[in-house]
Design a binder for this molecule. Structure first.
Ligand code: FMN
Ligand code: ADP
Length: 313
């Protein structure tokens, strides 16, 4: 089964392989880019850039074949799937075909992929060197390349690029930086600021007592993010607001389940039920337990002033 996505990432339709030649006629003979596009980081952007350059020579479309490994809920999301589809279209100019291939796809599904490649009859394939799929991720990009060569499809395997200070541009490395709280490194590898979204839910109503009301944003997925204070930008509908966020267990109080709490600067209003997008700009300090609540509040005032400066820079 193939799933095609619209501009904003919603499903446009589900096709059988056999329907590709009729419904997907416009996608045939294009330049395929094969990836999970997990996070649409700078490595993926380089793949799209390459395919776009190749396609400029003959005018055939760029088609992104998106392996749907990003729907793995156990991992920190680097981008929502709608965001990935939107960026593929905007930055890559690509039509997007999403495949329900999990990273542990069966051999049968891998065979189906070979058939699919034949059906697409692409003019070229672009793939990253560390792309893997199939049972226990046992099939690498080189196997894909030699398979494609046997169909006389020209294939480019692009090496993983590294950033001098931040290491390889891979989704795994970006997740490691997030787990360590190194937002600047994660953002550099992503090529944009890491952003998550969720609805504002009720908390313990303690924030307003402290003079720091905090919107509790509930992310859809689990986050493996360092427990710390961050300077953030908040997108609430049309509004873009500066904020200071705490992600952690609140050792000063309940030491409970990890939560993301966002205090918006120079703002007063009811946000419950609204969907907020929180863009992480900089790490400020680790979450701590102070000798008393007054000390915590004094530190929060310093955090707020520092966030203001970081966001103005
Ligand atoms: C800028 C800022 C810094 C914070 N730092 C800490 C901290 O170091 N330790 C801690 O336990 N909680 C910290 N918090 C979380 C507060 O304890 C939390 O916002 C408060 O308990 C309100 O919770 P509520 O929204 O459930 O009412 C911080 C919150 C903000 C906005
Ligand atoms: N500057 C602000 N930043 C964040 N939330 C604010 C702000 N001003 C008002 N609010 C409102 O206050 C709520 C947070 O207050 P708080 O006492 O921390 O309650 P809760 O424990 O339910 O989060 C937010 O959900 C929002 O509706």
């Amino acid at each position: 089964m193939l799933q095609t996505l619209t501009m904003d990432g919603r499903e446009a339709g589900t096709w059988r392989f056999s329907e590709l030649s009729t419904k997907g006629r416009h996608l045939l003979g294009g330049h395929l880019v094969v990836s999970s596009f997990d996070g649409f980081h700078r490595g993926h952007q380089a793949l799209m850039h390459h395919a776009k350059q190749v396609s400029a020579a003959d005018g055939s479309p760029v088609v992104a074949l998106l392996f749907d490994a990003a729907s793995d809920d156990a991992r920190t999301p680097l981008a929502q799937s709608e965001e990935v589809a939107r960026r593929l279209r905007l930055q890559g100019g690509a039509d997007v075909v999403a495949l329900g291939f999990a990273s542990n796809a069966s051999w049968l599904e891998c065979q189906a992929l070979c058939e699919l490649l034949r059906e697409f009859a692409p003019k070229s394939i672009t793939v990253g060197a560390n792309f893997r799929f199939g049972p226990k991720s046992s099939i690498g990009s080189q196997v894909l390349a030699s398979m494609a060569r046997s169909y006389a499809i020209s294939t480019t395997v692009m090496e993983t690029v590294a950033c001098e200070e931040c290491g390889p541009i891979t989704a795994a490395n970006i997740r490691q930086h997030l787990a360590a709280g190194d937002i600047r490194a994660a953002n550099r590898l992503l090529g944009r600021n890491w952003t998550i979204e969720g609805p504002v839910v009720h908390g313990y109503k303690r924030g307003r007592e402290l003079g720091f009301p905090t919107a509790n944003v509930q992310p859809v997925h689990r986050l493996d993010l360092a427990h710390a204070i961050y300077a953030v930008r908040v997108y609430a509908g049309e509004r873009v607001l500066d904020g200071v966020a705490c992600y952690g267990t609140r050792p000063q109080f309940d030491d409970g389940a990890p939560a993301l709490e966002v205090h918006i600067l120079d703002f007063a209003g009811d946000l419950y039920g609204q969907r907020l997008r929180v863009e992480f700009v900089a790490h400020q300090r680790p979450e701590l337990k102070f000798s008393g609540v007054d000390d915590l509040v004094r530190q929060m005032e310093i955090d707020r002033a520092e966030a203001r400066e970081l966001l103005a820079a």
